[in-house]
Write a protein that binds this ligand. Sequence first.
Ligand code: ATP
Ligand code: MG
Length: 563
Amino acid sequence: MAENTPEEKNESKKSNFIREIIDEDLKTSKWEGRVHTRFPPEPNGYLHIGHAKSIMLNYGIARDYNGKFNLRFDDTNPEKEEQEYVDSIIADVKWLGAEYEDRLFFASDYFQQMYDYAVDLIKKGAAYVCDLKADEIREYRGTLTAPGKESPYRNRTIEENLDLFERMKKGEFDNGEKVLRAKIDMASPNLNLRDPIMYRIVHAEHHRTGNVWCIYPTYDWAHGIEDSIEGITHSICTLEFENHRPLYDWYLDQLGAYHPQQIEFARLNLNYTVMSKRKLLQLVQEGKVDGWDDPRMPTISGLRRRGYTPEAIRNFAEIIGVAKRDAMTDIALLEYAVREDLNKHTLRAMAVLKPLKIVITDFPDGYEEEIEAVNNPEDPSAGTRKLIFGNELYIEEADFMENPPKGFHRLVPGGEVRLRYGYIIKCEEVIKDESGNVVELRCTHDPDSRSGTGTSKKKVKGTIHWVNAKLAVRVEARLYDRLFMVEDPATEENWLEHLNPDSLVIVSNALVEPSLADAKSGMNYQFERTGYFCLDSKNSKPGALVFNRTVTLKDSWAKSIKN
Ligand code: ATP
Ligand code: MG
């Protein structure tokens, strides 16, 4: 699969081939000026970022053309579907801001209509009840190069078919004993037209219709009818349905029913993750992740828990655009979109993930000094906050090196560095434990170097963040990385073996500035120099805060800030 080129991305941002079709339809009044789209998920799993692309595409078109957008559950498969999935999908669609107003529909509400339509086809001699077993049907179907074979039940009389179909509905037969098939053409070069199955017997309770039905429509029979009933104008779907289109058209032609126009686009593929619902379910069921909303999952609920915003996901959908051929999108592009958004509106704060103590020996013990910090350099209206500087602080362990390589601009023995919003300090002494680990630094400060007000002209190359040792709040920080180590895990035979063992690193004793003790759930924060974070909605509790890192900061602010 090729990567999307930047030109393609820019191109699609302005318009796309689907919008061009709609523009043309509006010119020719093909649908009397109507534009009506839908998002038709099957409630057999949680939505992922690929679904978000489809939602934003369909909803965006309805919004921009003053049209309508439906949310419709394609709930035709009771064995795999659950109310939990329905609820999560509704929550995700709303969170993304795709407004469907009162147009929430369920395919199961159309079961009677679908049944009546099937009876119509039987009466026209265009459908029949077949007793072949599933494997026999497969065998009779032929291949791409060999034509299929007609079922021995194909020429049952209309009366017999009507009787058997009704008895299928009444529950007189077991699962798999009979199916209803369309009578089309067993020699068709399109395998979808070789007498496809319309109904199968499934004795299972449906999450909405209970035990009313024991025959259920197949996806191919149901899908076109659902679009037709709802008066959809542009039925947008992914490329794999291109060769199902003649079948949908055949059904609706036979029924003399309203036809939407189907338009296919390339699905979103993201590297370093999997997107098939079956695989995502397996990760959940085998406990490889902490549920569908694990922050490493590509699900909408996972991204939300990780701290992604709807704006970021919408912008991402906008950047990738729509294409007619499959491509692999770099997950870095998704991260770019979230950084772009979070940079604009997150409050800044200081947090130390791996603390190293420093004592500023030329301040008295218990020293406290109030200093002012900017809440968001991108947004002056966010104001400032007070920080308490002190004689005992913690800095990031990685911001000190005893034997630094060339170009290391942070703290070294005898060297100087600026503490963000505070003073320039000098490392005078390195204290170690018995094993030789650095446990504390003794420093002095330059009293004229206070950030903003100091008179010192001294320049240092590095500025590092810190927290006050006495006032800092201990929290847990969860740092995430790609879920898989390989770019396209779905193509690997043992795909589960390629999980990234370091995709979650738990830092149990991070220290954050006191203002973060009041961090709000659902808010995003930028911990200066360490990334964007938010409270973990599942594990964080007052007094025992857990922060998820949404994404790292690409470039440190060191270049851009003025001390
Ligand atoms: P499956 O059919 O295997 O259960 P699915 O991902 O196709 O999985 P649906 O619930 O049928 O799940 O998807 C709902 C809609 O989302 C469909 O219209 C489908 O085309 C679209 N969609 C699914 N995956 C992607 C993707 N990766 N990129 C874009 N659109 C997608
Ligand atoms: Mg599907």
